[in-house]
Write a protein that binds this ligand. Structure first.
Ligand code: CMC
Length: 361
């Protein structure tokens, strides 16, 4: 029997995360992801996923120091990024920038030092490119700021507000890890061949870019802007659904209830955007969309997913649409690389296909 899209097929055991689509649960190694998003930092949760436990003070200081020491880009990576035409999508630039990162020493098996090196570089690649596109000199990374604050600092050229760092940290923590989603599976497939970490993360970035996966949040803001007014929400959504189109930010392969990340992020966004017209419209659009999706697919629960409120949070902290999916890559690199460590110990992933063509005479 064939399972199209590998739906309901279990292909790995992992102790990194539990995604329970019926209960709406997301657990990272024995911790509720929503609690980690409120109480912890990007680095602490990365430590949990990579090393198996939340860090002690000393372990956190060590991890911070290693991340900070790896933030600068090699000259050739800057040249590669600068050589790419201005109209290339930021995810294409990120994919190519990451692919050009050299790994010192043996490229197999993947190591935690390689993982930290790579994780530290993604924000700098994005910020470098973003500055160039805006005719600014790229801002050098700071050594006294955490991963999230430094990323925002390099993007904006000024120290970010604490409230923005906290909100962005919550988003980045909630999207660090999510089981065998398409990009993580891609990373695992590549690692299972005993290729190298850079190849795994490059492939994963390619998978994340698609609008059915990580490319959705910028399409959420496009949808809200196209709808424009509360009165227009119902006719606009009805027309889309009648045309057989999908509403971005809704539906999920695993969740049959609201994505727990969407619940957490809607709270984060509402705290940041008191009396914001855009957010008010987004909440209205969500309500109308949920009602119309129920009528459209009565037998398939289509609920709000993480991307809907991810867009709201990133918009509220002043990030433009083009940085939404690249920022998702910044966080998911943590989960991808943790899965690479697991997959590196396993069997090569090699499923089968049924031939439906004809046979030669
Ligand atoms: N709007 C309208 N109809 C939908 C939607 C949607 N957002 N999602 C699913 N459907 C329909 C779909 O057309 C299909 O109808 P039919 O049976 O008549 O062909 C039915 O519901 C079942 O959908 P499916 O494609 O079999 O579901 P899937 O598990 O393969 O896809 C999904 C999951 C997330 C790709 C899909 O729900 C979708 O395209 N959503 C919109 C894009 C989006 O928001 N993506 C972000 C996902 S969450 C974060 C992440 O994974 O990165």
């Amino acid at each position: 029997m064939i399972s199209l899209g590998l739906e309901n097929v279990v292909v790995a055991e992992t102790d990194l995360s539990l995604v329970d689509g019926l209960k709406g649960h997301l657990v990272y190694r024995n911790h509720w992801a929503r609690d980690l998003a409120i109480n912890n930092t990007f680095e602490e949760v990365a430590h949990l996923l990579w090393y198996g436990h939340l860090p002690s003070e000393q372990e956190l200081a060590d991890l911070n120091a290693k991340l900070v020491a790896n933030r600068e880009l090699p000259a050739h990576v800057k040249a590669v990024v600068d050589a790419m035409p201005d109209d290339m999508d930021m995810m294409e630039v990120l994919r190519t920038g990451v692919a050009s990162l050299p790994l010192a020493g043996d490229t197999w098996p993947p190591t935690l030092d390689q993982i930290i090196y790579l994780t530290a570089k993604l924000p700098t690649i994005i910020a470098h490119r973003y500055a160039r596109l805006n005719n600014r000199e790229p801002v050098a990374p700071r050594t006294d700021l955490g991963h999230t604050a430094n990323y925002l600092y390099m993007l904006k050229g000024e120290e970010p507000l604490t409230a923005h760092v906290r909100a962005f940290d919550a988003y980045l923590i909630l999207t660090q890890e999510h089981g065998l989603n398409a990009s993580t599976f891609t990373a695992r497939v590549i690692a299972s061949t005993r290729s190298d970490l850079v190849s795994s993360i490059t492939g994963a970035i390619g998978a994340l870019k698609g609008p059915l996966h990580g490319g959705a949040p910028s399409e959420v803001t496009e949808m809200i802007e196209a709808i424009g007014t509360k009165e227009n929400a119902e006719p606009w959504i009805k027309a889309k659904l009648a045309a057989g189109e999908r509403l971005m930010g809704f539906g999920h392969r695993i969740y049959r209830t609201t994505d727990p990340r969407a619940i957490a992020l809607s709270k984060v966004a509402s705290e940041l955007t008191a009396e914001d017209k855009w957010f008010d419209l987004a909440v209205h659009v969500e309500q109308i969309a949920l009602r119309l999706l129920k009528e459209h697919k009565p037998n398939r629960p289509l609920e709000t997913n993480v991307e809907f409120y991810a867009a709201a949070v990133m918009r509220a902290i002043g990030l433009p649409d083009e940085l939404f999916t690249p920022s998702f890559a910044v966080s998911r690199t943590v989960g991808w690389s943790a899965h690479v460590l697991e997959a590196a110990k396993g069997k090569i992933i090699r499923p089968q296909s049924n031939y439906t063509g004809t046979m030669p005479e």
